[in-house]
Ligand binder design. Sequence first.
Ligand SMILES: [Zn+2]
Length: 145
Amino acid sequence: MLRSERLEWVTDHVDRAKRSLIMAAVHSKNTKPEMAVRKIVHALGYRYRLYDIGLPGRPDLVFPSRWKVIFVHGCFWHRHPKCKYTTTPKSRVDFWELKFCANVARDRRTRRELEKLGWAVLTVWQCELKKPGKLTERLNDFLAD
Ligand SMILES: [Zn+2]
């Protein structure tokens, strides 16, 4: 989908609150959720690299010496299962279903490729940032060892 189409859709169909969530996803790099995850990881004492373009899917955080990567995913675009932010627009439903299916399939493929190369993959969902304590624990569990 073209960027202009996305913006048009956003303007037409979403309320103010949802709009800010979606805009964060449209600007796929340096989003607020990513920054928040980086901050937690940094506070835990781990050092990462950003956007290693040599890797499938361009993970948001890369920990080369640990062979670990983290993706920070928006619930809406990446279809977080059973999440209240995983809504489906009321118009052009087929179009959106197709778009979402492609996103999910791509994420699955990316994870498989990375794992095949020996990388451990963690997906952090945007909504998890609402419970920073729990997320911090999850990040620490993943990065430790
Ligand atoms: Zn979610």
